[in-house]
Design a protein around this ligand. Structure first.
Ligand code: AMP
Length: 177
């Protein structure tokens, strides 16, 4: 983008909160980024940039911050959005995958008819930490019979090596912190 340091612009809008939600966690708060229209537009533009024209049929986003970036990415790519939700939230029949989080245990669910054979899905979340959430999301989409096209994240915490859990997949992250 013509020498414009877009990564610096995004980095400025991410606030680090020490020891949230527990001791030792450096929480990356993206609320200043999504509050700023230029930064939000920039983040979404950069998230989808490698995928414009790709044969993606849906974007899936992980609850909750993946809904923000995922639905905007789906809008920009001209495809629909699939929410991957915490257990007990979806009203229809679900497929479920459990996993280990940087801070605890969790599971994600999707409606059984959300995607299926013939779908090629871009998975979007705000942040890649240990990779457990992303790996489980990929598993969920795969169990429903769809293909994972790629993963896209605003932030990747490089030291936690989440990318290794996603070996074999295309992983696009805007900032490695
Ligand atoms: P993981 O499964 O360890 O890759 O964790 C990724 C998920 O947890 C994402 O949905 C993030 O929103 C959230 N998360 C994990 N660690 C952090 C962190 N340090 N700051 C903000 N969100 C985080």
């Amino acid at each position: 983008m013509n020498g414009f340091d877009w990564q610096a612009k995004l980095r400025q809008k991410i606030r680090t909160i020490p020891d949230f939600p527990g001791p030792g966690i450096q929480f990356k708060d993206i609320t200043p980024l999504v509050r700023d229209p230029a930064a939000l537009r920039l983040a979404v533009h950069q998230l989808i940039h490698p995928f414009v024209g790709a044969p993606i049929t849906a974007v899936a986003g992980m609850e909750a911050r993946g809904f923000i970036f995922g639905s905007l990415a789906a809008w920009e790519l001209g495809v629909g959005f699939v929410p991957l939700r915490k257990p007990g939230k979806l009203p229809y029949d679900v497929q479920s995958v459990s996993y280990t989080l940087e801070y605890g245990e969790a599971a994600l669910e999707a409606h059984i008819d959300a995607v299926g054979p013939g779908d090629s899905v871009l998975l979007v979340d705000d942040l890649l930490a240990t990779g457990g959430t992303a790996q489980a999301s990929g598993e969920l989409v795969t169990r429903l019979g769809a293909q994972v096209f790629a993963f896209a994240f605003v932030i990747e915490l490089g030291a936690l090596k989440g990318r290794q859990k996603l070996a074999g997949y295309l992983v696009h992250s805007l900032l490695v912190l």
